[in-house]
Ligand binder design. Sequence first.
Ligand code: PAF
Length: 285
Amino acid sequence: MKIVNSPVEMKNLSITLQRSGKTIGFVPTMGALHQGHLSLLNIAAKSTDATVMSIFVNPSQFGPGEDYDKYPRTFELDSKKAQDAGCDILFAPTAQDMYPPNYSSYVDVAKLDTKLCGATRPDHFRGVCTVVLKFFNIVNPQIAVFGQKDAQQLIVLRRMVSDFNLSVSVESGPVIREKDGLAMSSRNKYLTPHERRDAPLIYKGLKGAKELFDSGERDGDKLIEMIKTHYKSSAMFTPEYIEVVDIVTLEPLKEIKDKALIAVACKTSESKTRLIDNIVLGGEL
Ligand code: PAF
């Protein structure tokens, strides 16, 4: 596995790969790699000749008071995991190289970036879209793979790719869970033992709602009520939102006619960690 830090070198490398007829599969990450990230690498490797994984804790997607400074940075361990998982090129630029002095261009995916997580993280998706567009231009991938765990991110990025006529195909990988159902996330490291004990409830609530849907319930509010009942049984987290939304517009759905996304965000009470999870009803994202 080759490790590349410079965006210029990465761009030259991707041009060379493409000139020699090789396709590139790209997995952007912020590091602290877990099985969820590595599963995306496997998806990328299945349909491309070379895989590129980026590790970059992107400052522009963190708001004031969020966890940019304490976000886990475990590069040595990550590069070993990426190599063992068959990654060909690990791209790890610095913040100075990605956002040099006088940097001024940002991407706004209007409306979608104000829903769900966007309501409390106003510039988050602006930062995500900006860095991902920069990565697409540097890495030139044919395929980019994102986890369904960050469902809103996936939906916002698909909109950006379509709106800007980008030629990359955005694919998704399923949520990878711990044995007890907790969605794998780099932020799970922050959880206290009590929070970790109760965290599987987040998925239990979602599964309960899906069972209700599968038994014929189509009223979005009834599904939300069922999830709230589950969540009330723990003092370890408070829901920030629980929403049943359209998978393209992210508009709330009172009545589910076709597919729907149930998305939740919770704040834990001891470590104040923000956990997100979701489940798709009636198909895939
Ligand atoms: O999902 C993430 O880890 C980040 O939001 C991403 C896509 C790597 C952009 O920084």
